[in-house]
Design a protein. Structure first.
Length: 529
């Protein structure tokens, strides 16, 4: 009898239909709809949200928004933020009304708005609808120590990303709030963002911010940078007014917080120097005719900073008056040394003789057989500035001073370093390339001298200086940065990029933060030229 069975073809068909999944009926993990339909399933919900974030498809917004409105879960709002879709703006704005004990969604909303603004210009324009709400969020009165401050920090980041000038007024308000009333970290963040806006409306707040402190820290450098980026007469006039003690808000702060004597003149003159605005020169000289309050116990000399500012501003007409200060034995040592430094900044070669005379100050008391530290300091600082200034071999004048200095003392080191600088001037003369090569010399005084000289050859020194922005010796790098403010301009993209790149490298290294501050200010000065 013949047995009944199935053919080979039928068996294969049966196997394929039973043993393998049918592709057309399987959910595609790359399709947002696969996960959107699982958002209502409690068991699948968390994974579905995670998968939608990975896909970053704006089509998921409606489903996620519906879920969030039901749960008010901040993790879901964060997920919406990662979609970076314009459709979420209104939802984010609704969450910005927060309190001290209910703030997680407001923080997530602010973060989402920052992300949207950073997406592209269209996203930034969409996020701009939230500027007023973000402004209200950052000025909201809260306890000083509260976790809800995260909302203010994230909201300021969003305002910085949106770049709408309407944010400036609220940021100014945060900056001017004293540390007695809010976490000082917020003042710092406000100053940082105001430095990005560089809006002249912020000048009064920033001038006041130069002197604000909290938790043992200040925001001087951040406010300084902002004022330099603003530049112009608006910043200069306000700083002069403050220096002359005519700023009422600042004077009230000085009285309330018992400012260190001389600090107002010192800090304002530092920033006036950064502005390189020659119109303030008369006001600086006027200040030198007043009493230096910083000479009081515990004070800081304002006049010392004023004198250095006169050199940094770059008005060569002030050189004779500075030279007179160097040459006057009745002047305080710190003033004479500051004037020598200012004359080097001015490249005032006519003052070489006066500075050398100061360097020859007799600092050894023959009767007591001991060093007069005040006079030794003048001699050391004068010979340092003299050797930075000279344009040729001056060994004949320097060798006797070095030989006469007590061995293994600071004054001996100062004269030895001056000889190194003289060697550089002798070797290179007016050869820019020679100075460019010596910028890499391992002996610090030689590389520093090369950096100063490169700032005296016009635009030809820019390329070499740009390569020296990363110099490991701090004195040399400061000289490089100063010289760039003299010869580089806003069209020197390579130099500006070199500064940017070095800031990124150094900003996470605490010992180098002073150099980072100077690089940022240098960049701001160059961009104003």
């Amino acid at each position: 009898m013949r047995k009944l069975g199935v053919s080979a073809a039928s068996s294969l068909a049966l196997f394929l239909s039973v043993g393998l999944p049918i592709t057309g009926c399987t959910d595609d993990p790359q399709d947002p709809q696969t996960w959107i339909k699982k958002l209502d399933d409690v068991r699948e919900q968390q994974n579905a949200v995670r998968q939608l974030v990975k896909l970053k498809d704006p089509v998921a917004y409606e489903g996620l928004a519906k879920l969030f409105k039901r749960t008010k879960d901040p993790e879901q709002l964060k997920a919406i933020g990662k979609l970076r879709t314009d459709a979420a703006v209104d939802l984010f704005i609704e969450q910005l009304d927060y309190s001290d004990d209910n703030f997680e969604n407001a923080a997530a909303a602010a973060t989402g708005l920052a992300g949207l603004a950073g997406r592209d210009d269209k996203g930034r324009q969409a996020a701009a609808k939230a500027v007023d709400a973000l402004g209200k969020a950052i000025v909201k009165k809260l306890p000083i120590k509260t976790r809800a401050n995260v909302v203010k920090a994230e909201a300021m980041t969003a305002l910085g990303a949106i770049k709408d000038p309407r944010a400036v007024e609220a940021l100014d308000q945060v900056l001017e709030t004293p540390a007695d009333d809010q976490d000082f970290f917020l003042n710092k963040e406000a100053a940082r963002h105001l430095a990005e806006f560089a809006d002249k409306r912020s000048v009064p707040s920033l001038v006041r911010g130069l002197f604000m402190t909290g938790r043992g820290k200040d925001i001087f450098q951040t406010c300084r940078l902002a004022l330099v980026r603003i530049g112009g007469d608006a910043a200069a006039d306000a700083l002069v007014q403050a220096m002359q003690r005519k700023n009422q808000a600042l004077e009230a702060d000085a009285k309330k917080y018992e400012f260190i004597p001389g600090i107002v003149v010192q800090k304002t003159s530092i920033v006036l120097a950064d502005l390189r605005n020659k119109k303030v020169v008369p006001a600086l000289f006027l200040e030198l005719g007043k009493k230096d309050d910083g000479l009081a116990p515990g004070g800081v000399s304002g006049h010392q900073s004023v004198i250095q500012a006169l050199g940094l501003i770059g008005d060569t007409q002030v050189a004779p008056r500075l030279q007179a200060i160097v040459a006057d034995p009745k002047r305080l040592t710190k003033y004479r040394a500051a004037a020598a430094s200012a004359l080097n900044f001015l490249n005032a070669s006519d003052a070489e003789g006066a500075i050398l005379t100061a360097a020859k100050t007799v600092y050894v008391n023959e009767k007591k057989k001991e060093i007069d530290q005040d006079k030794a300091q003048l001699a050391a600082e004068a010979v340092t500035e003299y050797s930075r200034l000279i344009g040729g071999d001056r060994a004949a004048a320097l060798v006797p001073l070095f030989k006469a200095a007590p061995a293994e003392t600071d004054i001996s080191v100062a004269f030895k370093n001056a000889l190194f600088r003289s060697e550089v001037a002798k070797a290179c003369g007016k050869d820019v390339a020679c100075y460019g090569k010596l910028l890499g010399d391992p002996i610090s005084p030689k590389s520093e001298k090369a950096a100063f000289m490169l700032g005296r050859f016009g635009h030809g020194g820019v390329a070499y200086l740009a390569k020296g922005v990363n110099h490991k010796d701090s004195a040399t790098r400061f000289a490089v940065l100063f010289s760039l403010t003299r010869v580089a301009g806003k069209d020197d993209k390579d130099a500006l990029k070199a500064i940017d790149d070095q800031i990124e490298i150094d900003k996470t290294k605490p010992p180098l933060l002073p150099l980072v501050d100077e690089m940022r200010v240098t960049q701001a000065i160059v961009l104003q030229r």
